[in-house]
Design a protein around this ligand. Structure first.
Ligand SMILES: C[S@@+](CC[C@H](N)C(=O)[O-])C[C@H]1O[C@@H](n2cnc3c(N)ncnc32)[C@H](O)[C@@H]1O
Length: 437
């Protein structure tokens, strides 16, 4: 069928409408394209289609510089110019606030700023994850294809900092050899590489059990210049694997990056911002908007290893930080110690249950995709802090939570700043500032 493509959905697909007005999610299209597409799914309310050929290309259509763009699922928006990507991201945030948060259309347009793109659109990542699959006796290490099931071999990744773009090939060669010669299997292989510190870490995610530690360390060490090799052991059914231990196989056993003035050291399973330059902009936006004062008490919920905790601690009297993941709490405490920062209470536990018993002046929250639990919004709403910075990587849960804040009545949304931390993908980070009414 012939379709005119209107806009991007929050995902890999674009949106068009068929001749009867039914929404069609189109894979492989760019807004402004006219395409010939084949129907892949049809239901009463919507259908899905895949582009067969582009009849009239959109002015925003570009050729991806990545030779794997057609087979790898890592960069679903790479056929769109970066400018069009950031426009589509802002439009997606506006749409979520209106549709999910029930914000008034005019107010939403005023609240949501232009989407910033602080980093280069390629070569911005400090981390990639390689998938592992077996086809008969053969091991395949590479990237997930667009179907998120098939694993495709790749020799480099244009998203990884340029200096490290060949690292995936070297690591996957070594891991393939280990899998074939020692019968090893892996859940996945994580690579973290920092241009600023020069540190590179490989994390092998495996099931517990016998493991040829010395050989693995030697073969990976021969293949690439690594500052750390670790094994992360997981147990349980595939979708709900639990981390049961981390073993250092060679080098430091952790990895360091510099964000602004702060050196951050993190263990392999801990969350860390994947776009270093982008993370610096997030910190700037949070610090500028909260305006910490010398005698302020600050709160940092979902603190991770301390991306916001350290800069806030340097500019205020005291920070209460809460993080639920044990290794990340240990990372945070080590980062504070490394930086000789003593005015932080780093609490391990759930943000709602361990909600600090303090009346903070400024607050930052940076929850995972699921957003804030309802009781956390309720507890935050009882605070008298002058401002809350809500850092979010999911526009839908952000919109839901902002509506809850405004309903509670004590905070009102002042601005929403989308930041393109993940060019070539549909993901977008947002820094929202809420002000005490
Ligand atoms: C998006 S990350 C942000 C981390 C940190 N702010 C940063 O920028 O590096 C979210 C963090 O929340 C933590 N987390 C998840 N659920 C939590 C909960 N219920 N209570 C406290 N922390 C939680 C995760 O372990 C993770 O470190």
């Amino acid at each position: 069928m012939r379709l005119y493509v209107e806009r991007m959905a929050y995902g890999s697909d674009a949106i068009a409408h068929d001749k009867d007005g039914k929404t069609v999610f189109v894979r492989g299209a760019v807004p402004g394209d006219t395409v010939e597409a084949t129907l892949t799914q049809d239901s009463k309310t919507f259908s899905r289609a895949s582009v067969e050929s582009v009849l009239e290309p959109s002015p925003s259509r570009v050729d991806s510089p990545c030779p794997y763009a057609a087979i790898c699922g890592g960069c679903p928006w790479s056929s769109m110019s970066h400018e069009a990507q950031t426009e589509a991201k802002r439009a997606g945030v506006v749409n979520a606030l209106k549709r999910i948060g029930h914000f008034d259309a005019d107010r939403t347009e005023e609240l949501v700023r232009t989407c910033e793109s602080p980093s280069d659109p390629w070569g911005y990542r400090n981390k990639v994850e390689l998938a592992f699959a077996q086809a008969g006796a053969r091991s395949i290490i590479g990237m997930h294809a667009a179907d998120e099931k098939t694993v495709v071999r790749v020799n480099d990744c244009h998203l990884l900092e340029k200096r490290f773009s060949k690292l995936p090939k070297k690591v996957s060669g070594a891991v393939t050899y280990l899998a074939n010669s020692h019968g090893l299997t892996f859940d996945r292989i994580g690579i973290r590489a920092s241009r600023r510190t020069g540190e590179c870490e490989v994390a092998l995610w495996t099931q517990p059990g016998p493991f040829p530690r010395a050989q693995v360390a030697k073969i990976l060490g021969d293949a690439a210049n690594l500052s750390s090799v670790v094994r992360v052991m997981t147990k349980g059914p595939k979708k709900a694997r639990k981390i049961v231990g981390v073993e250092r196989l060679a080098g430091h056993g952790n990895w360091s990056e510099v964000i602004g003035e702060e050196k951050m050291t993190v263990s392999a399973p801990s969350f860390f911002q994947v776009n270093t330059v982008g993370a610096e902009r997030l910190v700037e936006l949070v610090v500028e908007s909260l305006g910490p004062q010398e005698d302020d008490e600050a709160m940092d919920l979902y603190s991770g290893a301390g991306t916001f905790t350290l800069p806030l601690a340097r500019r205020s009297a005291f920070v209460s930080a809460v993080e639920s993941y044990g290794p990340a709490v240990r990372d945070l405490r080590r980062n504070l110690e490394q930086a000789h920062i003593e005015n932080v209470d780093a609490v391990g536990g759930d943000a709602g249950r361990e909600f600090p018993d303090t009346d903070a002046d400024i607050i930052v929250v940076d929850p995972p995709r699921a957003g804030l639990a309802e009781d956390v919004v309720a507890q935050l709403s009882e605070q008298s802090a002058r401002r809350i910075a809500y850092v979010s990587c999911d526009p839908a849960t952000l919109a839901r939570d902002l509506e809850r804040f405004e309903r509670a009545g004590s905070y009102r949304v002042k601005s929403v700043s989308p930041v393109d931390l993940f060019p070539q993908t549909f993901h977008v980070e947002n820094v929202t500032i809420l002000e005490r009414v």
